[in-house]
Write a protein that binds this ligand. Structure first.
Ligand code: UDX
Ligand code: UDX
Length: 431
């Protein structure tokens, strides 16, 4: 089956390359011409572990080709995955602008072909979006009938940035929401070589499975961060508490790492979108709201802790180590580092920031701070260092490097394996 994928972002690109590596010829579509050119020369336009090697391979084998022409690519394929962004509006509700545009472009391609076609929504969309927004556009613009001339599925992705390819190729489960059995059957064939349970269900159930999954993962993080605050008062290690709690098979230890809060393009956006949906149905999203409230507070807890050392931060030189929302990616979307730097600037501190991959992206948010080429240079002559993203290299910081600081205070917003004496460092909610 020839496949087309609309949107070559953090979801669309691993999806395209993953499917091509499984033997499906893929046409990858993106409005960004630079991305398309890069992909067609076998280069990877985003920083994602293992993706550049595989892109080179599948492009050289003519299994993956990129284009900006959605209509033509859809007409020349059997199945189209839509994975454009569904960002957040000011009020927290979902912005469907790009996915509606993608559906319109795809429908023109379906109009231009006679054979049956399958459209697969992979972008994260709130329940009933596929039925109430996407299918009507596909029918109106193509002049064809869903369920007869073309099929529709909703196939949420669960991949994490930094491990996107591995998560795509080795998923815990594959969720297939289907308009009808024919649509579900056709999509299941594409995943036949994937070793994972397939869950066939309705379109809106598949949509909600995605939001409920992300919201429960975010709940675990806000929960352990709240417990972490009590651990700080009790002078105990929240990680030891999490180990004791997480050994219960009903709970599981994953996503119980306390720290400076969750960021990224998904958790903050998806929990807020679900809050809006529940309110639209007149339901009270109590737990969902507190997930966000606890997280917003958690993001700047590190600055509060710093102010226990320096009540007045004006003129203080502070090193911020780690800018991406998590290690292994250059993505800074909703990264706690954005809020921490804003807070430090508001208090007239002088910020020196370092990250192995995300500096160029952070310069768009905070162009007016100093960036360094190494964490050592960032620490030099500073009054304190804040570890905000858990990049492995920060565990390598030595005493000699600490001695380059004016005052040797390292505050860990992420637990690292730092091997320097406790007198030089403090954890956010661990000793
Ligand atoms: C994806 C999903 O789409 C989103 O629903 C989910 O919540 C997170 O992951 P992501 O891949 O992170 O979003 O978005 P992004 O990295 O912004 O990629 C979207 C790509 O689509 C971009 O490359 C953009 O250029 C492209 N795009 C956008 C199109 O090709 N056409 C459009 O009309 C809009
Ligand atoms: C998340 C989901 O994990 C993935 O299934 C979904 O498809 C997209 O959203 P991602 O946003 O890439 O993936 O990152 P993830 O690894 O989940 O981390 C999200 C945030 O939570 C990061 O800021 C991370 O630092 C934080 N986190 C994660 C914690 O603070 N503690 C933890 O124990 C785990």
């Amino acid at each position: 089956m020839k496949l087309s994928v609309i949107g070559a972002g953090y979801v669309g690109l691993p999806t395209s390359v993953g499917l091509a590596s499984k033997g499906h010829p893929v046409l990858c579509i993106d409005i960004d011409e630079r991305k398309v050119e890069k992909i067609n020369t076998g280069k990877c336009p985003i920083y994602e572990e293992g993706l550049s090697e595989l892109i080179e391979e599948v492009v050289s084998k003519d299994m993956l080709e990129a284009t900006t022409d959605t209509q033509k690519a859809v007409a020349n394929s059997d199945v189209t995955f839509i994975s454009v962004g569904t960002p957040m509006k000011e009020d927290g509700s979902i912005n469907l602008e790009y996915i509606k545009q993608a559906a319109e472009d795809a429908a023109k391609g379906i109009r231009d072909k006679d054979a049956y076609h399958l459209v697969v929504v992979k972008s994260t969309v709130v329940p009933k979006t596929t039925e109430d927004e996407i299918i009507p556009i596909l029918e109106e613009v193509s002049g064809k009938t869903a369920g007869e001339d073309f099929g529709v599925c909703m196939n949420p992705e669960f991949l994490r940035e930094g491990t996107a390819l591995q998560d795509f190729l080795k998923p815990d489960r594959i969720v297939i929401g289907e308009l009808d059995r024919k649509s579900g059957e056709k999509l299941e064939k594409i995943y036949k070589d994937f070793d994972a349970p397939i869950i066939r269900t309705s379109l809106r159930t598949a949509e909600l499975i995605k939001y409920a999954s992300n919201s429960l993962l975010a709940t675990k993080i806000s929960f352990i961060n709240e417990i972490g605050r009590l651990c700080k008062e009790l002078e105990i290690d929240v990680y030891e508490v999490a180990d004791g709690v997480g050994t219960d098979h009903r709970i599981n230890r994953d996503f119980l790492d306390s720290g400076a809060g969750f960021g990224g393009s998904c958790f903050p956006k998806d929990v807020r979108a679900l809050i809006k949906v529940m309110e639209d149905y007149g339901e009270k999203p109590r737990i969902l709201k507190e997930i966000i409230n606890v997280n917003e507070e958690q993001k700047t807890k590190l600055v509060e802790q710093l102010q226990k050392h320096y009540k007045d931060l004006s003129g203080k030189k502070i090193a911020v180590l780690g800018l991406s929302f998590k290690p292994g990616t250059d993505d800074i979307r909703q990264s706690p580092a954005i809020d921490i730097i804003s807070e430090l600037k508001k208090k007239d501190a002088e910020v020196k920031a370092y990250d192995p991959e995300a500096i160029e992206n952070m310069k768009k948010e905070h162009p007016d701070i100093k960036y360094t080429d190494s964490y050592t240079e960032a620490l030099e002559n500073t009054d304190a260092g804040l570890i905000v993203t858990g990049w492995g290299e920060f565990s390598e910081i030595t005493l000699d490097e600490i001695r380059l600081m004016k005052n040797q205070i390292i505050l860990e917003g992420r637990k690292t394996q730092l091997r320097i004496d406790k007198s030089y460092r403090e954890g956010l909610s661990w000793p």
